[in-house]
Design a protein around this ligand. Structure first.
Ligand SMILES: [Zn+2]
Length: 96
């Protein structure tokens, strides 16, 4: 065990799989003047509550959107601005 770093496991909000952080893409809830929005946090530097999706998986994203998993993950009932999250180019970026 010595010298090994143990990765914390994260649960994908789309398919509920548990994986190490490096296999996941992080999303954060941003509360600004325009209301609540969800944004990608590829560098994992943004503060706030995070949600996780399997990296580069459009299927997990679609599943999460379909079952309103973002609202559940962030524990909010208000509608969320998911424009950035739904942008396909951003999904592709997450796969690299
Ligand atoms: Zn997943």
């Amino acid at each position: 065990m010595k010298g090994q770093s143990i990765q914390p496991l994260r649960t994908c909000i789309g398919c509920r799989a548990r994986r190490g952080q490096s296999e996941m893409a992080r999303l954060v809830l941003v509360d600004d003047e325009g209301g609540l929005s969800v944004k990608w946090d590829f560098r994992r530097r943004l503060a706030g509550r995070g949600a996780w999706l399997c990296r580069g998986s459009g299927e997990c994203l679609a599943a999460a959107l379909k079952k309103k998993a973002f609202n559940r993950a962030f524990k909010v009932s208000r509608p969320l601005d998911l424009k950035e999250v739904e942008t396909p180019q951003v999904i592709n970026t997450a796969a690299t």
